[in-house]
Each structure stands twice: as structure tokens, then as C-alpha cells.
Design a protein around this ligand. Sequence first.
Ligand SMILES: O=C(O)CCC(=O)C(=O)O
Ligand SMILES: [Fe+2]
Length: 298
Amino acid sequence: MIPRLDAKALIRGDAAPLRQLEQAATEIGFFSVTNTAISAQRAQAVLAMYRAFFQLPEADKAQVDMARTGANRGWGASGSEQVDPAANPDFKQFYDSGFEVPGSDLSVYAPNRWPEAPAGFRTEVESYYRDACAVAMQVLRAIACAIGAPADYFDAAFDRPMALLRGNYYPARPEGATARDFGIATHTDYGCLTLLATDGSPGLEVRKRGGGWIPAAAPPGDFMINFGEMMEMWTGGRVRATPHRVIGTEDERLSVPLFFNPSYDTNVAPMGSGDVISAGDHLTQRFNETYVHLQKQG
Ligand SMILES: O=C(O)CCC(=O)C(=O)O
Ligand SMILES: [Fe+2]
């Protein structure tokens, strides 16, 4: 079972929920939260915006195709990301926008590529992005407390977050799909914390430590939270980056993850180890491995 925690109780620092959080973070690596500052209505509004975008003709979406700019901002067509080298590229489509640093030549801070339609897309997505980052930061403070670090331990690392907000669109599983075809194949997220809104339909599966898969679902208004590779490194393996996947069903599905990645120059080597692992290098390497348009051939 994936635990479900009350965000307000976590933010208050209540002891019992913090213990549950510590257990969730260090064992299964996934939990859901309810009672955040983002209402079900807000989550539904942003999901509807992404849905309207994905329903546009391919030629319209191609105007903001990320393969054209080389930066990971804009639309990713079906087959444009391969998160597991042993599987085929994912059949999902997605749209990415994130934190921009004007004038930076780092691709993780590249300018966003906003589509002309649907009307109001940019405003809705930007405002949801801000609210989602605030919720993610509150949860990170609770995690710092839960693992016995100062509450503000992670704060300074997020002044220029390489945060990425994604809309995922999973069409019905394509005819002729094989055992190597997935909506999103088995992967761990790259960063620190992922805050995922979904339309409530099933599909997400989380790998159990002993093997096997647990279905995980959260209705709009609740969020799934999981941890990425940087968090696992940073905490010396205590907080777990758990593999997960979406095989896909006969129904379409939408999800909106916020990948809350730290600032480029954050050292995510294990706390107190004296080693240096650059968050920016790690994220850039993972993007280069998984975005098909950035993959090196041979
Ligand atoms: O759609 C989902 O439920 C999960 C998406 C996911 O794992 C990802 O985008 O990294
Ligand atoms: Fe993921």
C-alpha cells in the first residue's frame, strides 16, 4: 500500500505524520498527500489546459516541438523520450516548461516555448507551476525534519531550481504494442522530489523492494509524491528513488508531474561525505541519455 498523508499536518510538524513520512521516504519511496494548498478544482483546471493542448492537430504542436530547439522546453511527440534503454521509446506525448534564467546558456534554464493555443494556456500553467513549487518546498521541509536534518536544510538549494513542469498525455495503448512498449517505461526520476497530479485514472505502478508492482492512484486534489536520484544520492541512500512505470490501458490518461530539481550548482553528494556531485551535471547527463533528440548515436 502507498501511504496517504495529510499535508497540513506535515507542515505543522505533527510527530505521527512525520514518522509516517520518514517511513514512506525510506521504504517504498512513494506516498500521496491530501489537503495541500492546491484545490481539486485547480488541479482539474490545469489538467484540462494540457488536455486541450494535446488535442490540437500535430502540426500545431509541432510549432513548439523541442526537437527543433534542442532544449527540453515545449512539446515532445510520441517516441521522443526513451527512459529505459531496454524498452522502446515511450508512446506518451508531453509538454515541458520550467524555470528560466534569461541569458543563461545552460539548457536546463532555457526559455519556455509557449504554444499559441489553447487560449490562457501560459497563464494557467505558469500560475500552477508557482503553486506547485510552493507545495513541493513545504513537503521538502517536512522531509528534512522527518530525516532529522534542520527544517531549512534544502532551502538554499532551490533559489534557482532546475524545476520542470510536465504535462503527460498517454493515448490508449497503441495497437500492436509489445512487451517493450510503455506509456512510460520503468525509470527513476532524476531530481529531488516529484509532485504528481493525475486525472485519477489508473496506470501508474510502483516497484516493490522485493519485486512486483503496486498500482498507485491519486484523484485530482491529491498528489503522488516520490523521490529522484539526486535525493537518494544526497541522503546517502536513505531516501529512496523508486522505479515506476505506466504500461497504458485502452483509455487515455493525463498526468502533470512537477520535477522539483535543485539549482544547477548544488552539491548532491552524500551529506558530510566531502565528495562533489553537481546537480546540473547529473540532470544534463540524464536528459542527454533519455531525450531521443539529444541521444548520441553509437
Ligand atoms: O503518469 C504518471 O503517473 C507517472 C509519470 C512519470 O513517472 C514521469 O513523468 O516521470
Ligand atoms: Fe517518473
